[in-house]
Design a protein around this ligand. Structure first.
Ligand SMILES: [Zn+2]
Ligand SMILES: [Zn+2]
Length: 247
């Protein structure tokens, strides 16, 4: 599977970084993890078409992970009428609100439930098609009644774990256990809510073959990440927008 990092910033964009969004290409299909970047614009700039989108998976509803979804769905609704995809969203309030927003932009919108299929994430139910399997693992970044998840994407034997956002200073110990229990080809880890000293014990016990740090705040933390990377035994990447990782 091919991962293109469309947005690598944390809650606020930077001059050269959009907010969180990763495009996954597997088989003939396109998938997204979060939609904090201008999803539809970036899809087209990277030479893919809305008709090729199969699904978008959302870690949580904070705007830096969702603000590009409305534009994507609006255009899929009224212009790209052959597009047909699933959207797995962490909270029902966002699903309800996006329908209202799109109707506010376009009174003629139909939001066909046959083509634009919104689903509330249920961590007990995995997504699976002929290309990939996607599992949601609850985290404690969001407080009740909201929800947040890490997302595990498998393509055959290959596995990528996307952290989503974790709790402040990891004080709610919400790094998924699977990180230390199973061999994972790539761990994509946010770095906005805790320091290198907080995540280090989890990385030392991780079975990940490679780690990519993204969603980094403040940017000065890249220095600390570089220092920690020199001590880790696995390759560490710090992708910028448009960087590609093939798994
Ligand atoms: Zn975030
Ligand atoms: Zn967040």
């Amino acid at each position: 599977m091919k991962l293109t990092f469309l947005g690598t910033s944390h809650g606020v964009p930077a001059a050269d970084r959009y907010c969180s969004c990763v495009m996954i290409e597997s088989g003939d299909a396109v998938y997204f993890i979060d939609g904090g970047a201008p999803v539809i614009d970036e899809l087209l700039r990277h030479g893919r078409h809305p008709d090729e989108i199969r699904a978008l998976f959302n870690t949580h509803v904070h705007g830096d992970h969702t603000n590009g979804i409305c534009h994507l769905v609006d255009l899929a609704d009224w212009y790209f009428k052959k597009s047909s995809f699933d959207l797995y969203i962490a909270d029902q309030s966002y699903i309800d609100a996006i329908g209202v927003m799109i109707k506010a932009c376009n009174p003629g919108s139909t939001l066909s439930p046959d083509r634009l299929r919104f689903h509330l994430v249920d961590p007990k139910v995995a997504y699976e098609d002929e290309n990939i399997k996607v599992e949601f693992i609850p985290t404690a970044h969001m407080r009740a009644p909201y929800h947040s998840y890490s997302i595990l994407v498998s393509e055959g034997e290959k596995k990528v774990l996307f952290s989503g956002d974790f709790s402040q200073h990891l004080e709610r110990a919400d790094v998924p256990k699977i990180l230390s229990e199973e061999e994972i080809d790539l761990f994509v880890c946010e770095m906005a809510h805790f320091g290198t000293e907080h995540i280090r014990p989890y990385l030392d016990s991780a079975k990940a073959k490679k780690i990519a740090f993204t969603h980094v705040f403040p940017l000065a933390k890249y220095e600390k990440i570089a220092q920690m990377s020199a001590e880790l035994t696995v390759p560490v990447l710090t992708p910028k927008d448009n960087d590609v990782i093939e798994i």
